[in-house]
Design a protein around this ligand. Structure first.
Ligand code: NCD
Ligand code: ZN
Ligand code: ZN
Length: 456
């Protein structure tokens, strides 16, 4: 078969090893992986001799805000930031307006994304109050997983009562759909926040104090209990603490299929961010600094944490600068900075490139049932590739980012290592910092028109 694209002489990195190879691509698929220097004829060739070739990054946690909050982000601008940052697939959260809690709203969001996205995408369904609506969604094949908000965050969604949740988890188990949790216990947060407000606190650190570690542990235990009762596979999003990590370990030891995620801000930022950046650093759950960040990074490096997600959650810049911390919405941009920030950790020797591949492609692909079409560089897989230069220096500047609202708590942070090309299903969508993709190229990961899988 004639090749459309060859990536020549790059160091191909998987979760377990690396070797120099040529990769041949036709019709959006990887069709050849051969000894370096052996593939020659193609319409286009990328000489990757100095570069490392990673399976395209899957960011399992983004909020692209459309429909409902298009002033903050939309599928075009969010996916543009993604591909500029080396991300080829995003999994998008359901706290939009309308929330993604039914077949109709899922179809609406998938249509918006298909029209505008530059990268591939999957969406989560919201485990809301209407069992019938969510039940239909669970069986529809339109979502990659379910999201449960156990604690309050953007969108104000509340967890359904336990009996409803139990029923939804049983349905999810039957459909073999993983259920992810925003793990903060609502009542503990309410008590802590009321106390701080009464004391007149409006400073940034009050946010941290208002969301104690005990609330994370209580919510993980709540989720773990329901998952054990129902047998559904679960996932903890944006884990923040040593104690939370230990709780995940306990439920795993009890036999629960429980995966978990860490974000760059919980792994890399210290408490100084509250003094440096003020309320801008507000995010749910909060940044806790040491010793939690180092413990989470160690757990990412040794495999206890499965996935790295950005929790890309943009808000209008003026909202992020409100005077009182209680008026600042939680979250900030992150999809474009995830890879350079973590490549810097690789450069510093705190994480191997193989582990980075594991948590940004292989494990999320397994967790959300995208593997091996996504998450692996094998013949027959989608030709999603991220080419990185491990030595390239940079500095995070929100003015250089490509989303709609790019406020970042990493502003001014130096990085070493950067994506230099992003390939989505065989098409080069970013090269040397230049955007080459077009809106509408992105496709749903569970698109029925394209279900053929590699036979590995
Ligand atoms: C997220 C948002 O703004 O949608 N905010 C946040 O602080 N992380 C919601 C969430 O992931 O909890
Ligand atoms: Zn959350
Ligand atoms: Zn989130």
């Amino acid at each position: 078969m004639a090749l459309d694209l060859i990536i020549r002489n790059g160091t191909l990195v998987s979760a377990t090893d690396r070797h120099v190879a040529d990769i041949g691509i036709s019709d959006g698929r990887i069709t050849a992986i051969e000894a370096a220097g052996t593939l020659t004829a193609a319409a286009e060739v990328i000489e990757a001799g100095r570069l490392h070739v990673l399976p395209g990054l899957i960011d399992e946690h983004v909020h692209f805000r459309q429909p409902g909050f298009e002033a903050e982000e939309d599928w075009l601008t969010g996916s543009r930031a993604a591909v500029m940052g080396g991300v080829t697939t995003v999994l998008e959260m359901p706290n939009t307006v309308p929330p993604t809690g039914s077949v109709a709203t899922a179809r609406q969001k998938l249509a918006l994304a298909a029209e505008r996205s530059l990268c591939d995408f999957g969406i989560y369904g919201l485990a809301g109050e209407s069992v019938e609506a969510v039940a239909g969604l669970i069986g529809s094949g339109l979502i990659v997983g379910l999201k449960v908000f156990l604690g309050p965050t953007t969108g104000g969604h509340r967890a359904p009562d336990d009996d409803v949740l139990r029923h939804l988890l049983e349905l999810a188990r039957a459909a073999d759909l993983r259920v992810g949790f925003h793990a903060e216990d609502e009542s503990l947060l309410r008590v802590a926040e009321a106390r701080l407000r009464t004391a007149g606190r409006t400073d940034a650190r009050a946010h941290l104090e208002s969301r104690p570690i005990a609330a994370e542990v209580a919510a993980i235990d709540h989720a773990g209990q329901l998952l054990r009762e129902t047998g559904a596979p679960g996932h903890v999003f944006h884990l923040t603490s040593l104690e939370g990590l230990a709780a995940v370990g306990r439920w795993r030891a009890a036999g629960v299929d429980l995966t978990c995620e860490a974000t760059p801000h919980h792994l890399l930022l210290g408490l100084g961010v509250y003094e440096r950046q003020g309320g801008l650093a507000r995010v749910n759950p909060p940044i806790r600094g040491e010793p939690h960040s180092a413990a989470l990074l160690a757990a990412l490096a040794d495999g206890r944490i499965d996935c790295l997600g950005s929790d890309h959650a943009p808000h209008l810049a003026e909202a992020k600068h409100a005077a009182s911390i209680w008026d600042v919405p939680g979250g900030f941009a992150g999809v474009e900075t995830l890879l350079p920030l973590l490549l810097t950790e690789v450069h510093e020797g705190r994480l191997t490139l193989e582990r980075l591949v594991s948590v940004t492609s292989e494990r999320p692909a397994h967790a959300w049932k995208l593997w091996p079409r996504k998450g692996a560089v094998v013949e027959g897989a989608d030709a999603d590739l991220t080419l990185v230069d491990l030595q390239r220096p940079g500095v995070v500047h929100s003015a250089d980012l490509h989303g709609k609202n790019n406020v970042s708590p990493f502003e001014g942070r130096p990085t070493v290592g950067a994506p230099v090309a992003t390939v989505v299903r065989g098409r080069i969508v970013m090269r040397d910092g230049e955007l080459l993709g077009r809106p509408g190229w992105g496709r749903a990961v569970n698109d029925e028109k394209d279900q053929a899988r590699p036979s590995v």
